[in-house]
Design a protein. Structure first.
Length: 295
């Protein structure tokens, strides 16, 4: 018991550092409280530990197990290569290594070339976090289950006005009764609210909405939504820009490049508007890196 206490005391400052980074990064991700972070991501449905157990991480009482860290990182909904994710992962590994000496001997050489995020990037990320509403898994499953519900959600959540089923029906190519049912479904999951008789508007107008697509069990709903996009492009849209390259490189260099590419795609959220113009519409911005063959 004494040995265990002494060991815990030796690396307590690094555990405290991890807890401070965890709570700060959680706030930067748009979750003002630990409760919001835990329950917006499905609570016990996602995390293999209770809310009370999670609070122990933020209060520097204990560290998460290594196999729990992917869930904690995914639930932040930051890009995988973002500085915030890197900072949290680094604080965790430091705490696992127990001493600053071990960190400098083992980890520091591996991170010597890591690029620090510059001020404009940090400002844009903070702005996006403040504007973001994180959909819960339940909300995400509701909007992805049916194309009419999905497109109702996109039309209403991305506009500053209130809408009726009769106004949405011709835009969606769906009968008004089905659109009314879709609006009621969105009201049930608290994404829209009634604004007057028969009319609905976004519960959080002017905000960005984050899908929990990287969380376990959410890949199928995300693929359904991607199929809705492809169908709409085929019927009503078309290409704006297109580029493709085939390169021979290493997996490590491709992964490093992917981080830069994904940051550019995430920044597309900065283009968002809430009111109709002569040339406004929905645009899909997609990045795709695939390995073709070993060579």
């Amino acid at each position: 018991m004494l040995t265990h206490t002494l060991r815990a005391f030796c690396y307590a400052p690094l555990v405290q550092q991890f807890s401070k980074v965890l709570s700060r990064v959680r706030r930067e991700a748009g979750y003002p409280t630990a409760y919001a972070y835990y329950h917006k991501n499905g609570g016990r449905r996602l995390f293999p530990f209770t809310y009370v157990h999670y609070l122990r991480f933020e209060r520097a009482v204990s560290l998460p197990r290594p196999e729990w860290m992917p869930m904690l990182l995914f639930a932040l909904r930051f890009p995988q290569h973002s500085t915030s994710v890197r900072e949290l992962a680094l604080a965790y590994v430091k705490a696992l290594l127990r001493t600053e000496e071990a960190y400098h001997a083992v980890l520091a050489p591996l991170l010597a070339a890591a690029k620090e995020r510059d001020f404009p990037e940090a400002s844009a990320a903070q702005w996006r976090a403040r504007q973001t509403v994180h959909m819960t898994p339940k909300q995400f499953e509701a909007v992805s289950a049916d194309p009419v519900v999905y497109w109702c959600s996109e039309l209403v959540l991305n506009d500053s006005r209130s809408w009726s089923a009769d106004e949405l029906a011709p835009l969606l190519g769906a009968p008004p009764p089905k659109v009314r049912a879709a609006l009621e479904r969105l009201k049930e999951v608290k994404l829209v609210r009634p604004s007057s008789k028969g009319r609905f508007k976004a519960r959080h107008p002017g905000r960005l909405y984050s899908f929990p697509g990287r969380l376990p069990g959410m890949h199928a709903p995300l693929e359904r939504i991607a199929s809705y996009w492809d169908g709409a492009v085929a019927r009503k849209g078309g290409p704006v820009a297109w580029r493709m390259e085939l390169v021979r490189t290493t997996s490590a260099r491709a992964a490093a490049y992917a981080g830069r590419l994904l940051e550019v795609v995430d920044s597309a959220a900065d283009l968002t508007i809430q009111d109709k113009t002569d040339d406004s519409g929905f645009f899909v911005v997609r990045a795709d890196i695939r390995k073709v063959m070993p060579f």
